[in-house]
Design a protein around this ligand. Structure first.
Ligand code: ADP
Ligand code: MG
Length: 742
């Protein structure tokens, strides 16, 4: 058996190496076999130096004709090559030893491998792999592709390759079990598991190297499919677990109907449909786990409020969480306006509240008097003791990765779970600081809930009932997520889509302008504001510094006031205190300000229907989803709205294409699909670092076509082959993703 061998049995693995391997998530020989190449380098061919192009990964040969040291912000060593056929290439090194620099002697010939880039003097390669060769007697080329693995510092490709070679020898002796059941015809048209592993780690010259490079080889497809299936199994099990828990059944609400009757507008069909889905979930005895997707401005807030009313009327409490203070403040205003006339008590928490006020709020929450509690996610960073929490609403959750979402969901559960210990650490958990904060919060919450329970336990009946109840969960996201991605990232949730905007909204007209027009745009904005229009001017992050960021916005605000003293200008950025932000937002809402100059803090959810003009500077630096979010701040009233995207030339081809998409459409789903194509799933979901969606081989962008099949296969395996489901989980997910234990 393969697992009688441990990593420590392999040649070249001591304690130090073992630690590094663990860091890579490798704990067994099998893990090593499933540590798959990220990509392949093709050193089987030479490209003539005169044929190279930008973006190409190429192996070339050339003769050194000069080398020089340049001094600047960063010293660099430039080595220039040329070839007999007139090709030219500069090699650039930022890190080098003096000794190394001396080796690059004019007249010597180099064979180099790297990516061709455009540099100040034509084609360039930065830190290529290189070797000196004798042009009369060049060494042979590689026979096959060279795999490149994910590595960690101090444990490079070469060391990893040596271990994998040993693992392959063991694999030949002790093949792994096929875990996909026979009826997975699709999988069985593809090569078997063991053969697939050999091909991936050690492609042979007669394998189709072109397909392998593209990750389209049947052997790769075999593993991609198995990995996607395993991932789907995890999500389905998580979902089943949720479904097996108990939640309070909340009957249909009379108060919700009276709010609907008193609203100044009629709900759209889409809102009604989604509300119906939520209501029927809430009436069940198992926790709702529902994600509501609705484009910006589609009216998610009122749907959430109606759900909250259903819980409150049944005597349960509701926690409403927003990612930013501005948004939380806005929720507070909207919810209070709707709930107070119905006699539903609300409470409100924020990070900067005075101690006395906070104590008052906490007491109201603990006694159960406050039914609907609003605040930022920081609301849960304190030990908030709910009396009887029945529903958790998480707004704009697209800013969070899968892990954070699950953590928030668990938090909701922990509140009512008794004596549950905080989750133990897993390797990829300490990556994000905010995640850490959440974890600590979780621990506090669990503790708080316990103490609360102890002090309260008078009727044992009630205690027992409470301890097994889990709140319902409603998660709302404004960025439409492409279907394939939703199936994978949110496969454990039920999905509702508000795919209709309230009537009378006019599509926002978008223009894309060179920054050289900036002053004209300012003049135009001033003229519009004279006519009663309210406008946003957004200065996105230019440097990774909140300070500079704030300064950029400040400079712009000053430019306006200096030039047009009668223009009422407000400024909002991340360095303002919560109450300062609230003051500015409030003034803008009341039309005491004409122009709001803002950083991207304005992005999510801000609702000022009268604002109908938005300028976004440096639009080329922002992702499509973010631009869509920002632009969604206008077009919320009945006025025709306009958006101007200013860009700083030169604009790359993709840059142009992206801004054009923004000009062509306001359809969030289309924008999301394009965004997925351009940026890849990790960035869209913000999970790049959390490990939640880190696949070993699958790539949701490249392999989207397999997801539906994987989902079906997973259903079948979960239903009929539970032992295989378990084994697949262990094989592919192992210690890497902890949410299956949620
Ligand atoms: P989002 O989905 O982006 O959170 P909001 O809930 O903030 O959108 O709604 C945007 C605006 O549309 C709010 O002013 C809200 O009161 C209003 N609204 C919501 N539903 C409707 C509707 N059916 N008809 C007209 N206006 C609506
Ligand atoms: Mg909203």
């Amino acid at each position: 058996m393969l697992d009688t061998y441990t990593l420590a049995n392999l040649k070249g693995v001591g304690d130090k190496q073992l630690e590094k391997l663990h860091k890579l998530g490798l704990f067994s020989v099998q893990d090593l076999l499933f540590h798959l190449p990220l990509r392949y380098q093709d050193k089987t061919r030479l490209t003539p130096l005169s044929d190279i192009f930008i973006g190409q990964e190429a192996q070339v040969e050339g003769e050194i004709f000069s080398q020089q040291l340049t001094r600047g912000r960063k010293n660099s060593l430039l080595v220039k090559l040329h070839s007999a056929d007139g090709g030219l290439l500069t090699l650039r090194f930022f890190h080098f030893h003096f000794r190394q620099a001396q080796q690059f002697v004019r007249g010597k010939t180099l064979r180099v491998f790297g990516e061709v880039r455009s540099g100040p003097n034509g084609y360039e390669m930065v830190h290529p792999a290189y070797q000196f060769i004798d042009p009369q007697d060049p060494p042979p080329l590689e026979q096959t592709l060279t795999p490149t693995y994910p590595t960690t510092e101090g444990f490079g490709q070469a060391s990893l390759l040596k271990l994998i070679k040993q693992a392959l020898v063991l694999l030949k002796q002790y093949p792994l079990d096929e875990l996909l059941p026979k009826e997975q015809a699709l999988a069985h048209q593809l090569p078997g598991l063991n053969r697939a592993l050999f091909i991936l780690h050690a492609p042979q010259p007669d394998d189709d190297l072109h397909l392998i490079k593209q990750f389209k080889h049947p052997a790769q497809q075999r593993l991609i499919l198995e990995e996607l299936i395993s991932h789907q199994i995890g999500l389905q099990q998580l979902r089943q677990l949720e479904k097996s828990r108990l939640a309070p059944s909340l009957p249909p609400s009379r108060l919700a109907n009276s709010l609907i009757a008193s609203l100044p507008f009629a709900l759209t069909h889409a809102q009604q449909r989604v509300l119906q889905e939520i209501r029927s979930d809430l009436s069940r005895h198992h926790p709702m786990q529902r994600l509501v997707q609705g484009d910006v401005g589609s009216g998610k807030t009122v749907v959430a409020a109606l759900a909250a009313i259903q819980a409150a009327e049944a005597g349960y409490q509701v926690a409403v969480m927003a990612p930013t203070e501005i948004l939380a403040e806005q929720h507070k205003q909207a919810f209070e306006e709707w709930l107070q006339p119905l006699g539903i008590e609300t409470a409100w928490l924020n990070g900067k509240m005075k101690a006395a006020e906070k104590r008052y709020m906490l007491a109201k929450i603990e006694s159960g008097e406050a039914k609907v509690v609003m605040g930022t996610h920081a609301l849960f960073q304190e030990a908030v003791n709910f009396n009887q929490l029945g529903l958790v609403i998480i707004d704009e959750q697209h800013r969070f990765g899968v892990h954070q979402r699950l953590s928030l969901q668990q938090k909701g559960q922990k509140i009512v779970l008794e004596g549950e210990a905080p989750p133990t650490d897993s390797p990829d958990r300490d990556v994000l600081p905010q995640f850490k904060a959440l974890e600590e919060t979780e621990a506090q919450l669990a503790q708080g809930a316990n103490e609360h329970r102890k002090s309260e336990s008078n009727t044992e009946m009630r205690q027992n009932r409470l301890s097994e109840m889990h709140p319902h969960q409603l998660i709302m996201t404004a960025t439409p997520i492409p279907r394939t991605l939703a199936m994978t990232a949110y496969g454990d949730l039920d999905l509702s889509i508000i795919d209709e905007l309230p009537p009378g909204r006019k599509a926002i007209e978008t223009a894309v302008l060179n920054n050289s027009k900036r002053f004209e745009v300012m003049e135009h904005l001033y003229a519009k504001c004279q006519q009663g229009v309210q406008a946003y001017w957004v200065c996105p992050l230019i440097e990774e510094s909140e300070l500079l960021h704030a300064q950029a916005a400040e400079v712009t605000a000053n430019q306006f006031t200096e030039r047009w003293p009668d223009l009422r200008v407000g400024l909002i950025h991340g360095r303002l205190k919560g109450e300062q932000k609230a003051l500015v937002m409030d003034a803008f809402k009341k039309h005491e300000l004409d122009l709001l100059v803002a950083t991207t803090v304005i992005e999510v959810g801000v609702n000022v229907p009268n604002a109908s003009l938005m300028i976004i500077e440096n639009a080329e630096r922002l992702g499509l989803a973010q631009l869509h979010q920002l632009r969604g701040r206008v077009g919320r009233g009945d006025k025709q709205s306009h958006c101007v995207l200013l860009y700083q030339p030169p604009l790359s081809e993709t840059g142009k294409a992206r801004l054009n998409i923004m000009r062509e459409t306001t359809d969030g789903f289309r924008i999301a699909e394009e965004d997925l194509k351009i940026r890849g799933p990790g960035e869209i979901l913000g999970t790049r670092q959390t490990g939640g969606l880190q696949f070993r081989i699958a790539d949701l962008r490249r392999d989207a076509e397999w997801i539906a099949a994987a989902q079906q296969a997973a259903e079948n395996i979960v239903a009929h082959h539970s032992a295989l489901a378990e084994a697949l989980q262990n094989r592919w997910i192992g210690h890497k993703i902890e949410y299956q234990h949620a």
